[in-house]
Design a protein around this ligand. Structure first.
Ligand code: PMP
Length: 406
């Protein structure tokens, strides 16, 4: 069923607001998505009727909240088709999930002389935690490059892997190039050499159908706020057999079994990795956001967003002086570009005056920008509430900016 974006937009209160006197055209969805009424209402209702700390009390509200939290975990499990709920750990977001693995997996499995492979198109969140680990342990980071179209050079993977490789950490979808990486193929290759793989799914979960069992990834990280849920909540999926071998990431309440001053034993998964009072309200709201996505239909979203991407690519490519970065055949609905030698910030600020929100700057991917010899891009990223008319308005304004600078 084709998505009717006009109808969808009615569920997102912010989309009917104005910015500088113009209707808001929100094209910064890769940074964070807007929230539907059902998510906003879930949070509001929880604080009004159900708020109490989870896993602790025997009283009514606590039990109610605990049950909702664990139901949300089950909703997440189904969403990414994990085998068990014990493999679903709530975190603060993709960054939190990757840091958890880099620290805990790193503590257990990485030592001096070992190697970790990432790619040239990673977000800083999937670079820096591994660099920190390398510094701590005396390990080395190796990089899979990409070509000028924004396609990973997986032909080079064999030459990068060796007996010292301890983990490969790779983005499923690039937040700048839009490229959908062939992660299943890479995971199979890594597994044939007994190397686990972490996938950064921050940009894949909002736009696709993720099945962690089909991918066979060892870890999968994503953020709630990029799939219509609140900020401050995210997920780490990890295979049980690996998570069980990893030490706790943080110590505190809820992650223990028993504590004495001499010795502490830890809780079973997933609580072993959920120390302290978690962001349980937003975890429950993440469940509501996923239910909303499910009701809209993942396939409907994929189809509609691909139409938006095709249309926007055609429109923007037709603008003389506009260069698109990221030309892989398989992309999600986002386009990074520059207008001649006009500074990305100028483009972004002028678009803002027209009510158009795009992202500008390094997009948290400085090594990727270095590949192209640039200091920043403009990025328009779409969600299933964006319309073809909005793309027309963006294109018209980009043409005006080019004229203005000529
Ligand atoms: N990885 C990718 C590919 C991203 O796009 C982002 C967010 N821009 C992150 C990681 C980090 O996500 P968060 O800030 O939600 O932790």
């Amino acid at each position: 069923m084709m998505i009717d974006a006009i109808e969808v937009r009615k569920n997102f209160p912010i989309l009917s607001t104005t910015v500088h006197g113009n209707p808001l055209i929100y094209l910064d969805n890769a940074a964070t998505t807007q929230k539907p009424e059902c998510v906003i209402q879930t949070i509001d209702e929880l604080y009004r009727t159900s708020n109490a700390n989870i896993h602790r009390g025997v009283h009514f509200l606590s039990e109610q909240c605990t049950q909702k939290y664990e139901t949300a975990r089950e909703t997440v499990r189904k969403f990414i088709n994990a085998e068990k709920t014990s493999e679903i750990i709530f975190t603060a977001g993709t960054t939190g999930s990757i840091n958890l693995v880099a620290t805990s997996f790193g503590e257990r499995f990485v030592s001096v002389g070992d190697e970790i492979i990432i790619s040239e198109m990673e977000h800083h969140s999937n670079i820096v935690p591994w660099q920190l680990l390398c510094e701590r342990k005396g390990a080395t980071l190796k990089i899979i490059p990409f070509d000028d179209k924004g396609i990973l050079r997986i032909d080079l993977l064999d030459s990068l892997i060796n007996e010292h490789t301890k983990i490969i950490a790779l983005t499923h979808v690039s937040n700048v190039l839009g490229t959908i990486n062939p992660v299943k193929e890479i995971i199979a290759k890594a597994h044939s050499r007994n190397i686990p793989v972490l996938i950064d799914g921050a940009q894949a979960t909002p736009h696709g159908d993720v099945d962690v069992q089909d991918l066979d990834c060892d870890f999968y990280a994503f953020s709630g706020h990029k799939i219509y849920a609140p900020t401050g909540i995210g997920v780490l999926y990890g295979k049980e057999k690996l998570l069980e071998q990893m030490p706790p990431y943080q110590g505190g309440g809820d992650m223990i079994s028993t504590v004495t001053f001499e010795k502490t034993t830890y809780a079973q998964l997933p609580l072993k990795f959920e120390a302290g009072t978690l962001n349980f309200i937003d975890a429950i709201a993440l469940g509501a956001a996923i239910e909303y996505v499910n009701a809209t239909g993942k396939q409907n979203i994929i189809e509609y967003e691909q139409k938006l991407l095709d249309y926007a690519t055609k429109k923007l490519s037709a603008i003389e002086g506009l260069k698109i970065f990221g030309e892989a055949d398989k992309k999600v609905a986002l386009i990074s570009f520059l207008l001649k030698d006009i500074h990305h910030l100028d483009t972004g600020m002028i678009l803002d005056k027209k009510g158009i929100a795009v992202r500008t700057g390094t997009l948290c991917t400085e090594p990727l920008l270095t590949h192209f010899g640039k200091t920043g891009f403009v990025r328009a990223s779409f969600a299933f509430y964006n319309t073809f008319d909005e793309i027309d308005t963006l294109a018209k304004n980009l043409e005006k900016i080019l004229l203005m600078f000529n």
